[in-house]
Design a protein around this ligand. Structure first.
Ligand SMILES: Nc1ncnc2c1ncn2[C@@H]1O[C@H](COP(=O)(O)OP(=O)(O)OP(=O)(O)O)[C@@H](O)[C@H]1O
Ligand SMILES: [Mg+2]
Length: 495
């Protein structure tokens, strides 16, 4: 008997149909994946199952009984715990306080038992492979660790059904493997996991069955391993998707566009030296947290540099703020949408228009036609799924918000693009488009520095890969050396 079912569930947001008569069912002891393009309705389904939004029609059943899930608290009581795509931790509280928010262990006299809170959460963290003090403030943690704290929080509720909505999107391979160990143990106890991810290799590794959604409808349900990858991709996209990567273009032997010498910044960068040419796609690799992210931030003027030189087109520049960077033709696609400068209540058009000031000001007038064209091109290119350009960005699915962040960066027409895990949360069809786009920008002579949690991306895209270790570039690999094993070996050689 299924443990959790959705029967003919429908849900609209205003005029947007997010789910239409969708069926879903999950058995005890299984990991069940939800697949589908950005905006297909996956998050909407799990939000209904976990009491975040109400369904318009249809039914939810737990162990065969029809239930109502009135709120996330109500869901927890019924044994359903979820990690959502948009992290919901409170930045100014410690990780221990976040874990127990809403369910603080009470000690004598009904005071909050802080010691127990700290002990219990540290136990949880070590299980999940997170080496942090439980007194650390959430805001001081990198995105990947925040995601692990959210996962620990969900496990701490001891649920029968655990929902992971893109909970692995900012995790590196090692962290994912660690999490999968926990998940395997969890399901051995007869418990179930509903798992959402755009990374196909994760689905192959951990899921028993999967359900594909497209345009708000359930398309197929299948057993993982019994269906070819190509078939799955076609169900997801509803069309043939071409192979993901294309050949790498030649880089002209032009003068370097970006020269970094002995860059020291905060605790993260301890003397980075790197030279990049126009048109070059330079990957940044290494174990997570060895300075790759901070390197991109410091080139964008968003992480204070204490020592060293940055030269652009041969001239030294001082980048004190993102504004300085943009003026020098350097733009960043940040890792986290929350810090991506999106104005969530504002429309897609307004968000993108902020970046098109260059094209729209002709003799002081705003050239609306030109602006609209630029915006339309960007939204078409990235297949941004919105009811219209006037829809609020906050109402877009997670992947579509990320596409707006990328579109914004592209509209600035910068010559150096810094991409921090740009395809995080983006569906496979659009990923292929983004790879093509990166390749095209490179052919046009733009320089791209890219950091990714997916090694395959670096292998498929980059001309060279700089491997970071403890805040330095310890090796730069190129040509045939750029393989998953080659990068992993270089990253571990120093450890
Ligand atoms: N709060 C909201 N207001 C308006 N529309 C919304 C809201 N939340 C979701 N939608 C719309 O509902 C549809 C389904 O969104 P949902 O978040 O379920 O997609 P998803 O499959 O999780 O996509 P992704 O892979 O990008 O996370 C989308 O068209 C989205 O724009
Ligand atoms: Mg989603």
């Amino acid at each position: 008997m299924p443990i959790l079912e959705a029967v003919k569930v429908s849900k609209s947001y205003g005029g947007v149909k997010a789910l239409i008569d969708a069926d879903f069912s999950c058995e005890p002891g299984e990991v069940h994946a939800l697949l589908g393009e950005n905006g297909a309705g996956k998050s909407t389904l799990v939000k209904i199952l976990s009491g975040v939004v109400r369904l318009d029609s249809g039914e939810v059943k737990l162990r065969g009984q029809s239930i109502e899930v009135r709120s996330p608290m109500d869901a927890t009581r019924q044994g359903i715990a979820a990690v959502f795509q948009e992290l919901s931790l409170v930045p100014n509280l410690s990780v221990a306080e976040n874990i127990y928010l809403g369910s603080e262990p009470k000690g004598r006299f009904r005071f909050i038992d802080f010691k127990k809170m700290v002990d219990d959460s540290e136990k949880l963290f070590s299980q999940i492979g997170l080496n942090i003090s439980s007194r650390t403030l959430v805001r001081d943690l990198p995105l990947a660790q925040q995601q692990l704290v959210e996962i620990a929080k969900a496990f701490s509720r001891n649920p029968d059904i655990l929902i992971l909505d893109e909970a692995t999107s900012s995790l590196g391979q090692r962290e994912v493997q660690h999490l999968f160990e926990l998940v395997r143990r969890f399901k051995q106890g007869g418990k179930s996991v509903i798992f959402i991810s755009h990374r196909m290799e994760e689905i192959e590794q951990i899921a028993d069955r999967a359900t594909v959604f497209r345009d708000a409808r359930k398309i197929e349900q299948f057993k993982v391993g019994e269906v070819s990858n190509q078939q799955i991709v076609n169900w997801i996209a509803g069309r043939d998707v071409q192979s993901t990567f294309m050949g790498k273009g030649d880089i002209r032997q032009a003068k370097p566009i970006l020269e970094v010498e002995d860059l020291v910044a905060g605790d993260a960068l301890k003397g980075v030296t790197l030279t990049v040419r126009p048109g070059e796609i330079m990957g940044l690799a290494g174990l997570q947290g060895h300075g790759q992210g901070e390197f991109l931030l410091s080139l964008f003027g968003a992480y204070p540099v204490t020592q060293g030189k940055i030269k652009l087109k041969g001239a030294e520049v001082v980048l004190k703020s993102p504004k300085d960077a943009i003026q020098n033709g350097v733009v960043l696609v940040p890792e986290s949408r929350k810090n991506g400068g999106l104005l969530l209540p504002r429309s897609v058009r307004e968000n993108l228009a902020l970046m098109t000031l260059g094209v729209r000001q002709v003799l002081g007038f705003i050239n609306t036609q030109k602006e609209n064209r630029a915006i339309r091109e960007a939204t078409d290119l990235l297949a941004i799924k919105a009811a219209s350009a006037e829809q609020a960005v906050g109402g877009l699915s997670g992947g579509n918000q990320q596409k707006v962040v990328i579109a914004k960066a592209l509209l600035t027409n910068a010559s150096v693009l810094l991409l921090a895990d740009p395809t995080r949360g983006i569906d496979i069809g659009t990923k292929a488009e983004i790879y093509r786009l990166i390749r095209r920008l490179s052919d046009e002579g733009k320089t791209i520095l890219i950091y990714s949690t997916e090694l395959m991306e670096l292998v498929g895209l980059c001309h060279r890969v700089a491997v970071f270790y403890e805040g330095q570039v310890t090796k730069v690999i190129s040509g045939d050396e750029i393989t998953e094993e080659g990068i992993a070996q270089a990253a571990l050689a120093m450890a």
